[in-house]
Design a protein around this ligand. Structure first.
Ligand code: THG
Length: 259
């Protein structure tokens, strides 16, 4: 299970102002803390970045790369900002994300082809969020068709069923699990899958949030989830991820596997 650290986010009280003021320290500290906690990949979420998007993304990517040497997952709907970030990534980056919305799909897949980037395919469209696993599959097929057209290899795709908050769409937690099972069957070898794990606990009491995230990660792991955008500073969550790696026979067991 790959953990994509979610904490470099414009919404964060410490990171947002640091991005705005081009203050590298809080961003580099957060990068090192997440990698130290076991994050395999870091998400760089600058939001829609309507003001100076390209400049902000280029600066944040360079700033993070001065501190850590991991794969970066660039999270913005601003195509110019995405391209500016892709240009300066040292390792093969991940585009977060393309969706079924035709313009965004075209733009992000063209960028994936041009920069040989991996891409997260988010199964939603301009008409809204998917209602069930079948709607998610229909969008996934559109995403795959556009990849084939642009010549992006299927192994560079991570499909994301779009996790919805348990507090507002309770039945969707199980639908997303069904979608992961079905996504994997769309290709041989199976397509890779990813989720934004913390979406599940948006808006729940703080005491409940970590248990929801940890339990849902274990449930998703049983159907073959490859990666989760999540909070690596939750040690118990990281322990669940390590235990999953043992139980799925991906890492060799030893008594001290948690250390
Ligand atoms: N799929 C994909 N990308 C995504 C998501 C997804 N990117 C955004 C989001 N969903 C995943 N990332 C985050 C990042 C931060 C938080 C939640 C999801 C978050 N952070 C802090 C917290 O935990 O309280 C605080 C942020 C704040 O100050 O509000 O909540 O589904 N492909």
């Amino acid at each position: 299970m790959l953990i994509i650290g979610e904490k470099i986010n414009v919404m964060s009280m410490t990171i947002g102002p640091a991005m705005k003021n081009r203050n590298p320290k809080p961003i580099q500290d957060m990068a090192m803390t997440q990698v130290g906690a076991g994050a395999n990949i870091l998400d760089i979420n600058i939001g829609p970045a309507r003001k100076n998007g390209p400049e902000v993304m280029e600066w944040v990517v360079k700033t993070v790369q001065e501190a850590v040497n991991v794969t970066l997952c660039l999270d913005t709907t601003n195509a110019e900002a995405m391209e500016a970030g892709l240009k300066v990534c040292k390792k093969q980056p991940i585009i977060n994300s393309a969706s079924g919305e035709p313009n965004r799909l075209e733009t992000m897949m063209s960028l994936a082809a041009k920069y040989e980037a991996c891409v997260i395919g988010l199964t939603m469209t301009e008409t809204g969020i998917p209602r069930d696993a079948n709607e998610r599959i229909a969008i996934a097929v559109d995403i795959m068709a556009k990849m084939a057209e642009k010549g992006v290899p299927m192994e560079d795709l991570y499909l994301d069923p779009l996790i919805l908050p348990i507090a507002v769409a309770q039945e969707q937690a199980q639908e997303a699990i069904e979608a992961i099972k079905m996504f994997r069957q769309l290709n041989d070898p199976p397509l890779k899958t990813v989720v934004g794990l913390s979406n599940i606990s948006n808006g729940v009491p703080v005491e409940t949030k970590p248990l929801l995230d940890r339990t849902y990660l274990a449930m998703l792991a049983t159907v073959g989830l490859d990666a989760a955008i999540a909070d690596p500073l939750d040690k118990e969550l990281m322990d669940v991820a390590k235990t999953v790696n043992i139980l799925r026979n991906e890492v060799l067991y030893c008594h001290s596997y948690l250390d």
